[in-house]
Design a protein around this ligand. Structure first.
Ligand SMILES: [Cu+2]
Length: 278
């Protein structure tokens, strides 16, 4: 085989080896003891990985409808990513252990030539996979998160970020929160819109409520917003995800730039509003 290397081919008049046919290449790759062994390890690791992932409750339950969409997207992407991760790990470990150099140096094999049909097939297949599995759900997911934007919300909260605290104004309710000790109380089963900005001459912050799974930048001179439809009651003391947390590194007390959140039933919320205004 040594005389078939590209260097020896130059000027010798020897024809290069023919490209194998598509099916011959496929058969050589698939019907191979190493491929079968590695595939078995891959399948085993993938089953272990998927079962372990589905057992773990990473973030607790989402407290909004939008949070459920986001959790579904996260789970879908993880379920798809685990086989890819285990494939790479299996390939690396299998090659390292199976094909490591043993004893004396051996002659190198003939150079591998590209296979145009395989390359075309793989490009087409991965493009379809990308469109169907990532682009389409991503696009429809964004539409789902924005579906309520044209509706009139049950409650609008205007939020301003400043170093290093959040200020809240309940629109039309004559209630504002200024200090860190105050609790951001919100009604359950309601469409809530957060209009978010930052004070002039301040830095960019990020308004994030982990239990709602929603986050948006707070930028001086700009108002951003997102909608949530609350589906669960909850209190910071029971679940630390019920909090507003700045998610953009904004200086010394960035980590302390949070507000405790409580979601209560609508009647209790109206009572709280009345108590605040009194
Ligand atoms: Cu901040």
């Amino acid at each position: 085989m040594a005389n078939l290397s590209p260097i020896n081919l130059l000027g010798t008049g020897i024809r290069s080896p023919r490209e194998p046919t598509f099916y011959r290449a496929l058969r050589e790759i698939v019907l191979n003891r190493d491929t079968v062994t590695a595939a078995a390890i891959w399948v085993l690791l993938t089953i272990i990985g998927e079962l372990s992932f589905l057992q773990i409750d990473m973030f607790g339950d989402a407290a909004t409808k939008q949070g459920d969409f986001i959790d579904d997207a996260f789970i879908l992407l993880m379920v798809l990513a685990i086989p890819i991760f285990t494939l790479v790990i299996t390939m690396i470990l299998y090659v390292v252990f199976k094909f490591r150099a043993k004893g004396d140096e051996i002659e190198d094999a003939a150079p591998t030539r590209t296979h145009t049909k395989w390359v075309g097939f793989w490009l087409a297949w991965t493009t379809i996979l990308c469109l169907v599995v990532i682009v389409h759900p991503g696009y429809t997911g964004i539409l789902e998160l924005r579906a309520t934007n044209a509706e009139e919300p049950d409650l609008t909260v205007n939020v301003t970020g400043r170093r290093w605290q959040w200020i809240y104004e309940y629109e039309g309710r004559d209630v504002s929160l200024f200090t860190k000790d105050e609790m951001l109380v919100l009604p359950n089963h309601s469409l809530i819109r957060f209009n978010v900005t930052a004070e002039d001459q301040d830095v960019i912050h990020s308004f994030w409520i982990p239990a709602f799974r929603m986050k948006i930048d707070a930028v001086p001179g700009l108002t951003t917003y997102f909608d949530v439809e609350t589906t669960e009651t909850g209190h910071f003391n029971d679940d630390v995800n019920f909090r507003v947390q700045c998610a953009e590194l904004c200086g010394n007390d960035h980590s302390l730039m949070f507000t405790r959140v409580e979601v209560v039933e609508p009647a209790e919320f109206e009572q709280w509003i009345a108590d605040q205004a009194a």
